[in-house]
Write a protein that binds this ligand. Structure first.
Ligand SMILES: *Cc1c(COP(=O)(O)O)cnc(C)c1O
Length: 461
C-alpha cells in the first residue's frame, strides 16, 4: 500500500506523518496540512459504509496506524449512527438525490468525521501517553459534534468558542448541556470569524501552544477532511456511478466538506463538477464568478453554519490551484488578510471553474425551497440543505445527475422549518429532553489574553 506524508500549504514546515497532523491541527508556519500524494481509490466496492471507509482512508493513515487497529475504530464510529446505511441516499426528484449526513449523535454531518476523529485521538494519545487541550471555533455544528466526540475522554480537555447569540437554540443547547468535566462552551462577544481568528492566534502563540498542549478538531484538521472523502465514494457506489461522473452540490461554509469531494475526485472518483451553494455570505460564489476574493462583513442568516466570509479550508484549494507552491499560497493569503481582497490569475481561475460552479440563495429563497419541498414530497429539510437543493436546481443541466449533501437534520433548525411549513420538526429520542437540561456556558470578550487565561484555567492534569 502506498503511504502518504503531509506538507503545509505554506511550504515552510517540515513534512510529518498522519498522527502528527491529527494532533497538531495547523502547521507551525500557519498553513494547513495536505497529503504530498493522492492515493488512488481501489476498484473494490465493499457493501457496508464502515468497510468502504476503512478501504478509502487506509492509505492516509498507513504510516502510523495499524490496519488491525484502524478498522475496529471505524466500525465503532459508524455503529453509533441511527441508519443502517450510515449516510443514506434518497431521491428528491428525477436525477436529483439527497445524501443524508445527519444520522450521527448531534444531527449534522460533522459527526461523520468527528466520531472517528475522537477515537483516533484516544488511540494515539494512549499510545504516546500524552494529553491535549482541544480548542475550536464553531459557527454552530462543529462545537457540539467535537464535544460529543471527546466527552469524558481522560486525555482530552476541550474548549469550544462560539459567536454569542448567532447559533440556533438547539445548536447552543447541544454545546452547553453536555454534562462532562472535560467539556467547556464559551460564548464570545463577536462573529464566527472572530472566534476562528482567536483560535488561529492561540495556535500562533508558540509558548501558549506548548504550555497547554494545544490541538484542534475544527475543519482545518486533515483527519476530518479525510473522513469526509468517504461519503462521496459511497454516494457514487449507491447510485452505481463508480465509473460515471456525478455532480455534487455542497452547502458550503468553511469549504471543508466540498474540499473532501475534491480530494475524492483527485483520488479517481469520476466527478462532473461541484456546485458550491452559499447563503448571502457568498465570498466563494463571487470568487468562482469573478476570480477575485473580496471580503465583506458577515451577515446573520437562517443557515448560521454557513455565515462565514473567510473559509479556512479554501487555503487547501488555493494551494492546489497554485501548483503546490507554498510561499505563493502564503503570499496570496496574507495579501487577502491585509487588504480584504486577492485575485487569481486567469489560468488559476480557469482551473477553478473547470471543477466548481457556485450560486447563492437569500433567506427568502431558502424558505421558499423548504416550503416547496414539503408541499411536493412531504419531506422536511432544514435551511442549509435547502440552499443546496435550490442551488442544484438552479445550476443543473437537464441531463446532469446531482447529489446534494443534506448536512443537518431538520430538528436542528426548527424555527426556520416551522416558519416555512407550519410544522415544527421533533427532536429524535436521544435528545428529547434537550430543552429541560441545565446549561453551562462562559461568556468572554473577543480578547486573546482573556481567552488564553480561561483555557489555561480549565485544563486538567
Ligand atoms: C458545517 C456545516 C456546513 C458547512 O460545511 P463546511 O465544511 O464548513 O463548508 C453546512 N451545513 C451544516 C449544517 C453545517 O453544520
Amino acid at each position: 500500500m502506498s503511504m502518504v506524508t503531509y506538507a503545509s500549504s505554506r511550504g515552510r514546515s517540515p513534512e510529518i506523518g498522519f498522527t502528527d497532523t491529527l494532533l497538531g491541527g495547523l502547521a507551525p508556519d500557519g498553513g494547513l496540512y495536505l497529503p504530498t500524494d493522492w492515493p488512488r481509490l481501489t476498484e473494490s466496492a465493499p457493501s457496508t459504509y464502515a468497510d468502504l471507509a476503512t478501504a478509502v482512508m487506509a492509505p492516509f493513515v498507513a504510516d502510523s496506524i495499524d490496519l488491525d487497529d484502524f478498522a475496529p475504530m471505524v466500525d465503532d464510529a459508524y455503529s453509533a449512527f441511527a441508519h443502517p446505511d450510515v449516510c443514506p441516499l434518497v431521491e428528491l426528484e428525477p436525477g436529483h438525490h439527497l445524501l443524508e449526513l445527519f444520522y450521527g449523535p448531534t444531527l449534522a454531518f460533522k459527526d461523520v468525521a468527528l466520531q472517528l476523529v475522537g477515537r483516533l485521538f484516544d488511540h494515539e494519545l494512549e499510545r504516546r501517553d500524552q494529553r491535549v487541550t482541544i480548542v475550536g471555533a464553531t459557527s454552530g455544528d462543529t462545537g457540539s459534534a467535537a464535544m460529543e466526540a471527546v466527552r469524558n475522554r481522560e486525555r482530552v480537555d476541550i474548549v469550544i468558542l462560539f459567536p454569542k447569540g448567532r447559533t440556533s437554540e438547539v445548536q447552543r443547547r447541544q454545546m452547553t448541556t453536555l454534562d462532562a468535566p472535560n467539556v467547556h462552551a464559551v460564548a464570545i462577544d463577536g462573529t464566527f470569524d472572530d472566534c476562528q481568528d482567536l483560535v488561529k492566534a492561540m495556535f500562533a502563540d508558540e509558548a501558549f501552544r506548548t504550555r497547554v498542549g494545544l490541538s484542534a478538531v475544527n475543519s482545518i484538521n486533515w483527519a476530518r477532511v479525510m473522513a469526509q472523502i468517504v461519503y462521496y465514494v459511497w454516494a457514487a457506489q449507491l447510485l452505481d456511478r463508480r465509473s460515471t461522473p456525478t455532480t455534487f452540490c455542497v452547502p458550503t461554509g468553511n469549504f471543508g466538506n466540498v474540499f473532501a469531494g475534491h480530494v475524492a475526485h483527485r483520488m479517481g472518483l469520476p466527478v462532473d463538477r461541484f456546485i458550491v451553494a452559499s447563503n448571502t455570505n457568498d465570498i466563494l460564489t463571487r470568487l468562482i464568478a469573478s476570480g477575485e476574493m473580496v471580503a465583506e462583513d458577515v451577515v446573520a442568516t437562517l443557515s448560521p453554519s454557513m455565515d462565514i466570509q473567510i473559509s479556512s479550508n479554501l487555503e487547501r484549494l488555493l494551494f492546489e490551484l497554485l501548483d503546490g507552491n507554498g510561499p505563493a499560497t502564503a503570499e496570496l493569503i496574507s495579501g487577502f488578510r491585509a487588504h480584504g481582497r486577492a485575485a487569481l490569475s486567469a489560468s488559476q481561475h480557469e482551473a477553478l471553474i473547470a471543477e466548481f460552479a457556485g450560486t447563492r440563495l437569500t433567506d427568502a429563497e431558502t424558505l421558499e425551497i423548504i416550503s416547496e419541498v414539503h408541499e411536493r414530497s412531504g419531506m422536511l429539510v432544514e435551511p442549509h440543505t435547502a440552499i443546496g437543493i435550490g442551488a442544484a436546481r438552479r445550476v443543473r443541466r437537464p441531463d446532469e445527475t446531482v447529489v446534494t449533501l443534506a448536512t443537518a437534520h431538520p430538528a436542528k433548525f426548527p424555527d426556520a422549518v416551522e416558519q416555512a411549513t407550519g410544522i415544527r420538526p421533533g427532536l429524535p429520542a436521544h435528545l428529547h429532553d434537550l430543552f429541560d437540561r441545565a446549561e453551562r456556558v462562559h461568556d468572554l470578550p473577543n480578547d486573546l489574553h482573556v481567552v488564553e487565561d480561561f483555557v489555561q484555567s480549565v485544563r486538567r492534569g
